[in-house]
Design a binder for this molecule. Sequence first.
Ligand code: DX5
Ligand code: ZN
Length: 213
Amino acid sequence: MIKIAPSILSADFANLGNNLKKLEEAGADLIHIDVMDGVFVPNLTFGAPVIAKIRSYTKVPFDVHLMISNPEDSVMQYIKAGADYITVHPETTIHLDRTINLIKDSGVKVGIALLPTSILDVLEYILDKVDLILVMTVNPGFGGQKFMLNQLDKIKKIVNIVADRNIIISVDGGVNKETAKLCKEQGANLLVSGNYVFDGNYKENINNLRGVK
Ligand code: DX5
Ligand code: ZN
């Protein structure tokens, strides 16, 4: 069954711990955590100290999406804070291979995030090290944006490139009941969703994304 990672960008920041408990009860497979630095993306969220504080509220793995410049400078802080997956954008780090090694050598799973304009060539020489590929279906920075349909064929292309490797193919941005279906048809196996999951009953919404009653 497809896995669901609710994005806490849409959570009540004053009640993060409580929101995490509710997401666990609702069946979340991963908790997606959007770290934004106000430089790489035009929005600022939170950093490693906040992640460390909320870690004890749930056993669900943390999927940390770094939208920050030079992630190599602070990646160890996110690892210490309890990240299970760390995803970086190739555009943010000159020595991408070194950054990947830094994450992997710490025993944390590594993800590569692709902007709507990122081409797939970057995957060629890192494919055997990567655990997750995150296809952005909005321009990163904000929740609640419209899903970019022109990214659907990118998901399919990645499915073919990945072939039989054990790599998670994740989609992030504008994922709701309708667009989730399209992503699944292309072969995605993890869906990130913020606004849709948090609007109403978490469990019902997560099940709708999975396509089960
Ligand atoms: C956008 C973030 C997403 C965001 C998705 O920059 O990376 O994870 O929270 O939110 P929705 O599902 O509302 O588009
Ligand atoms: Zn994200």
